[in-house]
Write a protein that binds this ligand. Structure first.
Ligand SMILES: Cc1cc2nc3c(=O)[nH]c(=O)nc-3n(C[C@H](O)[C@H](O)[C@H](O)COP(=O)(O)OP(=O)(O)OC[C@H]3O[C@@H](n4cnc5c(N)ncnc54)[C@H](O)[C@@H]3O)c2cc1C
Length: 426
């Protein structure tokens, strides 16, 4: 089997700027940038960031964003009820200088805070017993077994279950990130630095990480921490929208749903190479899974037996809940009224009978009875990334350019870094 190859050359300065993001291919049409007009399909974080970075770099290029809904932001939305604040989708960013640069450039530094360093602990519920994840978890897998699987994954196209041969641990990892079981998820997509996708960096990894650390604006994140906005992720979307609306070379068209790059090219009289497709499911349509998200809050005295931490993953399908995130523990800014704690529950539709009562009963069993608040705050679709996904996308002919979480990376740090990489080509 041939390992998936990146389509572009990578320099040492690229690795220093983007780190492990350089492992992920940038799916850019070779004629991208030759037109003086670019149309971006999709007004989620990815489309908005691409528009911002391109507009900033090239004021001479006209940019149009087409969004099928009547609002921007895609899956990102912050729910509020009085003093309770909870993100429906992403709630925090992993450390990456591209994200920190975006926050600084948008003037949001004061609202962007490191997560609570005391709330790092993550647990997996195995046979109804919470296991804290740590270096010792390696011994549950068996270091030799793990090493053999990792070596095999270097051939490419393997699943996460093949690469991390411990069902509960690999399922928990995949459920927590892509709402799917490990046997359905491409290891090259989810854990490329383990499978070796994209080749070796030009510097030893530890040295690279150290050098990258010195490039963060605003503050240098501590190991194992995340960072989030005081009032939730909607802050970022609102700021990007405001910025784009102020730029003369950017037009945003809501309620606009083209079905192909060809249609966009005809409507806007541009070549297809000037289309950037940032709506998921176009390049590879592997289908989507669905998840509902609930917020549940308690007075602190009711949940004093729940240790402070980041959250618990629940691979066991007898529970409708696949993850409990300790929202008010992990953010350093306020997410709940005084003396209260807020948790976010992830409920995959695959294992849920659609009754809110069944979620409440399960939450009361796992957390505590009689919550102060319990609310379904949204439902989201998540792209699937079957084993072999990365190999397929690097081999598919590109009529236009493809970005966003439906293509080569699932996280917001990925889509933000990808927008910088795309604009850097102009
Ligand atoms: C529940 C959940 C939890 C998450 N947690 C995290 C996390 O903790 N950390 C993290 O880094 N990331 C997380 N993510 C992922 C993160 O939210 C995504 O990486 C990011 O928001 C994707 O942005 P996007 O613009 O690529 O896609 P989307 O947000 O899906 O935006 C795509 C846009 O395209 C529009 N569109 C679709 N089809 C068309 C069409 N034909 N024409 C015009 N417009 C169209 C859609 O309406 C949408 O606005 C999470 C996601 C979910 C759902």
């Amino acid at each position: 089997m041939v390992k998936a190859l990146d389509r572009r050359q990578k320099s040492k300065s690229d690795w220093l700027r983007y780190g492990d993001e350089m492992r992920r291919p940038l799916l850019v049409n070779s004629d991208f940038g030759k037109s003086n007009k670019i149309v971006i399909v999709g007004g989620g974080l990815s489309g908005l960031c691409c528009a911002y970075r391109i507009a900033e770099k090239r004021p001479d290029i006209e940019i149009v964003i087409l969004e099928k809904n009547n609002c921007l932001g895609g899956v990102i939305k912050t729910w509020r009820d009085g003093e309770w604040i909870c993100d429906v989708a992403v709630n925090a960013a992993r450390p990456h200088p591209s994200f920190w640069r975006l926050v600084q450039d948008l003037g949001l530094s004061d609202a962007f805070k490191s997560s609570n360093p005391k709330a790092k602990a993550r647990w997996i519920l195995i046979n109804d017993v919470p296991h804290k994840l740590s270096f010792l978890s390696l011994f549950k897998i068996g270091p030799f077994n793990l090493w053999r699987s990792i070596l095999k994954s270097r051939l490419g196209g393997q699943s996460v279950a093949d690469t991390i041969p411990h069902t509960e641990i690999s399922d928990a990892l995949c459920l927590g990130i892509v709402n799917d079981r490990a046997s359905n998820v491409d290891a090259d997509f989810l854990i490329p630095s383990i499978t070796g996708l994209g080749g070796k960096p030009p510097l030893p990894s530890a040295l690279l990480r150290q050098k990258i650390k010195s490039t963060y604006p605003i503050f240098t994140p501590k190991n194992g921490t995340l960072a989030s906005f005081q009032d939730g992720m909607s802050t970022l979307i609102e700021s990007l929208t405001e910025k784009l609306e102020s730029l003369e070379n950017v037009t945003i068209k809501l309620n606009s749903k083209p079905s192909s790059a060809d249609e966009v090219a005809r409507d806007f009289q541009i070549p297809q190479s000037a289309v950037v497709w940032s709506a998921p499911g176009k390049l590879i349509d592997g289908g989507m899974t669905e998840i509902s998200v609930f917020a549940i809050g308690y007075h602190k005295s009711q949940v004093s037996h729940i240790e402070e931490g980041y959250g618990t993953l629940i691979p066991d399908e007898k529970y409708p809940i696949s993850g409990i995130l300790h929202e008010s523990d992990c953010h350093s800014t306020k997410r709940a009224p005084d003396d209260h704690r807020l948790f976010r529950l992830m409920v995959p539709h695959r294992r849920w009978n659609q009754s809110k009562d069944s979620v409440l009963t399960c939450a009361e069993q796992l957390l505590a009875a009689n919550p102060a608040i319990f609310s379904c705050i949204g439902t989201r679709k998540i792209p699937t990334y079957r084993p072999g996904h990365m190999m397929k996308i690097t081999q598919t002919p590109l009529n236009c350019s493809y970005v966003g979480w439906g293509v080569s990376g699932v996280s917001i740090t990925h889509v933000v870094a990808e927008a910088e990489r795309l604009a850097a080509l102009l």
